[in-house]
Structure formats: C-alpha cells, structure tokens
Design a binder for this molecule. Structure first.
Ligand SMILES: Nc1nc2c(ncn2[C@@H]2O[C@H](COP(=O)(O)OP(=O)(O)O)[C@@H](O)[C@H]2O)c(=O)[nH]1
Ligand SMILES: [Mg+2]
Length: 494
C-alpha cells in the first residue's frame, strides 16, 4: 500500500460523453498536471488558488502537439475527496483525448490507479471510515431511489455513528473488566456484575435490531431475486414482459421456447427486483432443454421469492403440482395466469383442485379456519382463491389485469416490516451483518461467562472480541485482505 505516490485514472465511464475526466491525486498531482497543461492565460497551475477551474490545453511536450482543449480543477489538500491534492482534467468525452491525457500524466510521473484507490486513500487518510467507503460504491450502484437513500445515509455516517456508539459502551465494559484483572485483590462485586450484564444486554438488543434490519435491508442493496417458474407455456415469459412493460423475452405458443434464464431489473416502490424468467420445468430428453430445466431449478433455489405460474385456462396438471412441490420452504406467490380466458366454472375447478391438492401445505401455513372459509365460499370466482391466501393471485399477462396487485403482493410479502424498519439504522451489507452477528455471539458468551462466574480473563476475551468485530465494520480493526476485497470491487477512477 503506497500513499506517497501520485495516482491517475480516467474517472468517467468508457464510451462517448459530453465530458470525460482524468483525475490525479497525491502530493505531485499539481506538479504533474502542470507539465501537460498550458493555461490560456499563460499561468501555471501552481499560481491557482484551491477549488478553482482554469481553461487551457493539454499538450504533449515531446512533440508539441495539442491533445485537447480542457478545463482543469485544482483542489488542494486537505479539503478534498482523498485529503491529498487533487487535479481533475475535464477533457472532451471521447476515449482518444482521455487516453492521451492519462498517458501523458503517467509519462510525467503518475502511476495508474488501481480500482477504488481514490476512495481507499480517502479511507486511509481518515476522511471516511470503511462503511462509508463501501457506501460510495452502493451509491454508485443504487438501482432505486430507496437504495440510494439508504446508501447516502450510510455514506453520511448513520451506521458508523451507531457502531461507534455501541463500541463506546462496550469499551467502558472492557476497561472496567480489564482494570479488575490488573487488581486481582479487588474481586468484581455482585452489584458490578449485575451492572455489566445490564449494559451488555442493552447493547445486545441494539445488535439484534441491526441484524433484523438486514433481513429486508439487503434487498435494497443487492436486489431481491424473484424467479418466475412453472411448466412450459403457462405464460412465464409473458409475465416477465408484462411486469417490465416491454417485450424482453420471446413469447410463443410453442412449449419450450425459453431455454435459458433471462434476468431484468424492476423497481417496485423503491424495491429493486431482479426478475428471472426461466425455462419451463418438465421432463425432457432434449439436451438443451434439460440444461434449461436444471438452471430453472437452480434459479428457484437461489431466489428470495418465487412466482409459481399456473395456466388458469386449463385444469391443473401433474406437471404444475410437481413444480409447486419444488417451491416448498420458499417465499412463494402462486400466480394463476390467463384470467382473460377463464370461465368461472373452470376457475372454480382449478381452485378446488388447487386448494385440495396443492395450496394447503405450500402457501405459508394458513390456518384451518381460513382454509375452511375459502372452501365454503361458493361464489366460484377469484375470491375463493384470494380469500384463501393473499399469496395466490389471478392475473392476465396478456391484458395486464392483476399485474399491479401482483406487484403489491410482491412488495408486501418480501418487505413486510419495511415501513417501520426504514426509519431506523439499516444494515444492507453482508460483511457488516457477519461482523454484527459475530459481535452478538461474543457478547452473549461474555454475559454467560459473567453470570456463571468464569475467570475475568475469559470474560474479557469475549467482550474484547465483540468490540473488535464491531470495529471491522468501520475499519477501526482491519487487514489488507479485507481492504483489498472491498476496494477491488470498485471501478478504476473512484
Ligand atoms: N389469453 C392469454 N394468453 C396468454 C396469457 N399469457 C400468455 N399467453 C399465451 O400463452 C402462450 C405461452 O406464453 P409464454 O409466455 O411463452 O409461456 P412460457 O412458456 O411459460 O414462457 C403464448 O401463446 C402467450 O401468448 C394470458 O394472460 N392470456
Ligand atoms: Mg418462456
């Protein structure tokens, strides 16, 4: 890890754009930039005050050739992204001027930046902590407004603040226990033990609530994986298209058209959904179709939510029941499609078979009363299905009927507690969740050790461990390994 050299990168995405930016950071950033930049007023960059923009040209001094007409921003340490001197060269947004400007910067002494190295410097120089650095990437990748809001809160230190506060409380406990170790003649009194347990339990509660926030919070960072499954020709691809409101997947009346899984993003009230359309699940001897079926089953297993599609215009087939059987244990919505073709009595017969054969063991764990209530509903329409469970929904992918209700059902069944959760501190990152879980476990062990009169040294180890695990989140405790893993995910130039 070098911090004393100057790095450079193209910070804008490849391709054509209005402008493109070559960014430099480090102690020689201004010196290097000055070697390739010629201001239109004949001044050097050294003359410029901080946070100013200067017009001029990038020139290759070895050939005298002008490369581009540019605007250069000078930002002097320490009020910068990296806390070092930063120069941003605003070129015309094409690959040729940008590459040339970058090459000249390297020729004059800059090193090509590694992925995320600017942000890594911001962390190493203490401008942001580790969870805030991670939030930078979350913000860049945010797929919905809600994802962006959460990332921005994390970037502004909401999670860090909470973790720091918990660490402070834990530190007090650690210091107290360790002081007792240093003065062995002073046993911890009963009253103090009680106090330790009490404050540790308060922290434990807070950790539990952070852990809980991850259950739904993670969907906003990663996207919720929703697999559309069912036997061939029930309208899975049509459903994907209806949800996206565009013709993304090929729809035909030939069963077995979709051979591979197709993925698309959809925003439902701020919840980013990664929808996966799959190949129809059935017995097949065709090699390609067989592989498709295998992938469908894998997609279903990996999904956070399964939409099991049934063709409502035909009686339920054994193949449907087989697919539904595979959704066991998954958050599943049973989607009865082709409502435009359903005659009331057909739907009723599907409903009866469906309720008798399939739904009861599969959809959540509906109570006996609800099951009986739905059976005694003789109206013979959608209501029989829907009153049975909110997780069964009747739609037409062809006309769009019921699609909005389906979206609502997806949201309600996936992020049930979001309304309350979103007000609190939210954990969205698996790395944080693992660290919090580990801290929780150690703290719990620590409390048990106090209660069972274990030696002070043992108690201290548990509390220290909890403290360290929380420190990993903000980067107070870290290793090169962790840092490399985090920053290698970034793009170059960020
Ligand atoms: N009438 C009607 N036909 C539909 C509906 N949804 C799909 N289809 C038709 O059913 C056939 C199979 O659809 P497709 O989406 O390819 O099914 P998949 O094999 O499950 O992906 C196509 O001919 C669609 O036009 C619907 O809601 N109503
Ligand atoms: Mg299909």
């Amino acid at each position: 890890m070098f911090l004393d050299d100057t790095i450079a990168a193209i910070s804008t995405p490849p391709g054509e754009g209005g402008i493109g930016i070559v960014r430099l950071t480090g102690k020689d950033a201004i010196k290097i930039a000055d070697r390739l930049f010629h201001s239109s007023k004949g001044k050097t960059l050294f003359d410029s005050a901080s946070h100013r923009i200067i017009h001029g040209f990038i020139k290759d001094s070895s050939t005298g050739e002008t490369v581009d007409e540019v605007l250069v921003s000078i930002m002097r340490s320490p009020n910068t992204y990296t806390r070092e001197d930063i120069v941003e060269i605003n070129c015309h947004g094409g690959m040729s001027p940008l590459r040339e400007a970058l090459e000249l910067a390297v020729k004059h002494g800059a090193r090509l930046a590694e992925p995320g190295e600017f942000t890594k410097r911001a962390f190493l120089n203490g401008r942001i902590d580790l969870s805030e650095a991670e939030a930078v990437l979350d913000l860049i990748r945010a797929k919905t407004d809600e994802s962006r809001r959460i990332a921005l809160e994390q970037l502004r230190g909401r999670l860090s603040e909470k973790i720091l506060n918990l660490r402070e409380q834990l530190t007090k406990i650690c210091v107290f226990i360790e002081a007792c170790i240093d003065f062995p003649e002073e046993e911890i009194e009963l009253a103090s033990r009680k106090e330790i347990v009490e404050s540790a339990e308060t922290i434990l509660k807070e950790l539990a609530s952070l852990l809980k926030s991850y259950d739904e919070g993670r969907f906003f960072r990663e996207g919720l994986a929703a697999a559309i499954v069912g036997r061939p020709n029930v309208g899975k691809s049509s459903l994907l298209n209806a949800l996206l409101q565009k013709d993304r997947a090929i729809v035909t009346d030939t069963p077995g058209t979709t051979r591979d899984t197709i993925e698309e993003y959809l925003n439902i009230n701020g919840l980013p959904l990664r929808i996966i359309d799959t190949a129809g699940i059935r017995e097949s001897h065709d090699m390609a179709e067989k592989e498709g079926v295998k992938r469908s089953i894998r997609a279903m297993e990996d999904a956070d939510l399964v939409m099991a599609v049934i063709d409502g215009s035909e009686p339920l087939k054994d193949e449907d029941i087989e697919v539904l059987g595979k959704t066991k244990g998954k958050n599943t919505i049973i989607v009865i499609n082709k409502s435009d073709l359903i005659r009331a009595e057909v739907l009723k017969s599907v409903a009866d078979r469906f309720i008798n054969k399939v739904s009861f063991p599969l959809v959540g764990n509906p109570s006996e009363e609800r099951l009986r209530a739905s059976r005694s509903d003789k109206s013979g329409s959608n209501s029989a299905l829907i009153s049975y469970s909110s997780r069964v929904i009747n739609i037409s992918a062809a006309t769009g009927d019921g699609i909005e209700e389906l979206k609502d059902t997806i949201f309600q069944s996936s992020v049930k507690n979001w309304k309350e959760q979103r007000e609190g501190v939210i954990v969205t990152n698996l790395r944080h969740k693992i660290a919090i879980q580990a801290a929780y476990d150690s703290l719990k062990n620590g409390i048990k050790a106090v209660e069972t009169d274990k030696p002070l040294e043992i108690i201290a180890i548990e509390f220290r461990d909890a403290l360290d695990r929380l420190g990993e989140i903000v980067g107070a405790v870290t290793t090169d390994d962790i840092l490399n893993r985090i920053f290698s995910d970034f793009c170059i130039g960020k």
